[in-house]
Design a protein around this ligand. Structure first.
Ligand SMILES: N[C@@H](CCC(=O)N[C@@H](CS)C(=O)NCC(=O)O)C(=O)O
Length: 206
């Protein structure tokens, strides 16, 4: 059975759990990282020398890097559907997954760290404001993108929707005022209503 290592308070672990639930794969998840430790033990470091979560073990195959795990699971269990097979469609989806890691996540991460991981008396409002200012245009871009298609990579749900949905879950969990983004909200609510989101994207941030 697929074994997932990682705490659900991690955005990157959430991606893997949503993917596994969407695909209907039987899995066992073991809390690791942060307050659960484990990630700095020699046994864990031998599997992931970064000492980070998530990590999966699938019939002896060990893999880390959340978006790569999502790709792997979708390719293994949903080739041609969640993992598009036609090259242009596949790389359309790949592009959004990389964009989540390299653009959207770095923009919003500082606000998350300040508002959810930093004691109130130590928070830096300027850092939060900069993170909001960096994220706003990216959410507007997503809203415009989703005005013209039902999902991130076209008219069907693919692997590309998973990392972005987890990022939106994290952003929506922050105590911030958000302008209306009707297309983004429609897309996100659709994902939230899927059974695969249960126990993950319906959790508040911790
Ligand atoms: N690029 C990696 C980043 C992994 C990462 O930074 N994981 C964080 C949680 S989101 C972590 O392991 N933090 C240390 C810990 O939980 O102990 C991925 O996408 O999997």
């Amino acid at each position: 059975m697929l074994k997932i290592w990682g705490r659900l308070s991690s955005i990157n672990v959430r991606k893997v759990v949503v993917a596994a639930q969407w695909l209907g794969i039987a899995f066992e998840r073991n809390d690791a990282g942060h307050e659960f430790g484990i990630v700095k033990t020699p046994e864990y470091l031998a599997k992931n020398p970064n000492g980070l979560v998530p990590l999966v073990e699938d019939d002896g195959f060990v893999l880390w890097e959340s978006n790569v795990i999502v790709r792997y699971l979708c390719a293994k269990h949903s080739a041609g559907t969640l993992y598009p097979q036609e090259l242009a469609a596949r790389f359309d989806a790949e592009r959004w997954m990389d964009w989540q890691q390299t653009t959207l996540n770095p923009a919003g991460r500082a606000a998350f760290i300040q508002l959810m991981r930093t004691p109130a008396e130590k928070r830096n409002k300027e850092i939060v404001a900069q993170s909001i200012a960096a994220t706003g245009p990216l959410l507007a871009l997503l809203d415009a993108h989703l005005a013209r298609r039902a999902f991130m990579a076209g008219n069907a749900f693919t692997m590309a929707d998973i990392p972005i949905a987890c990022e939106i879950h994290r952003w929506h969990g922050l105590p911030l005022k958000r302008p209306e983004r009707p297309n983004l909200d429609r897309w996100y609510q659709g994902i939230l209503s899927h059974t695969a989101a249960r126990g993950v994207l319906d959790l508040s941030l911790s």
